[in-house]
Write a protein that binds this ligand. Sequence first.
Ligand SMILES: [Zn+2]
Ligand SMILES: [Zn+2]
Length: 205
Amino acid sequence: MLIKPIDLQDEPLHLDQTIPANSLDYTPDVRQIGPLAVKGEADLIIERRGHKEVVEDIRLRAIYNGDFELLCARCVEPVPKHLSGDFDLIFRPEAVDGDGKERAISEEETEIGYYEKSGLLLEHVVREQVLLSLPTRTLCEPDCKGLCQHCGQNLNQAKCHCDDAPADPRWNALAGLAQELTGPAGQTGPAGQIGPAGQIEKTSR
Ligand SMILES: [Zn+2]
Ligand SMILES: [Zn+2]
């Protein structure tokens, strides 16, 4: 939906839009899997600069919510996530602060965006807001085991055999030391031994 200043001349424009799933490209690890509802209002703000110049700014306030899929930072499996948020932003015509003109950017002004001659595309604004609202890191489970660094196996789904052979010679040394401490197998047996049926047989004393 393109918002043009001319549409806002007389009264604010009420927005009640639905952005269909998969219609916007976010980033490779973000996918919109359901309709994204956007409700809000667009107003025209007239900025007067000096005697003659009039700048038509668009103020866009809206809330959005929809279902997304983000990739787990460890195992790269898609993780469903409901995202919602609100914003209140001001957009100025692109040409106004163009090159060659003196302009002071105050702290508040850094939040100002720009719209093209054709108008302000609502979808672009919402897309950017969604991306800004994303968690810095998404995990499928807090204790996701991730992928094996050697074979790429998703360790949440199955174990791989990369770790079966000790890769580090230091582990061999440790294993040898452990055997020295416990002595040869059989000498320091436990009080009970595992019988054929898996039950612990009592040893007679
Ligand atoms: Zn994961
Ligand atoms: Zn592996």
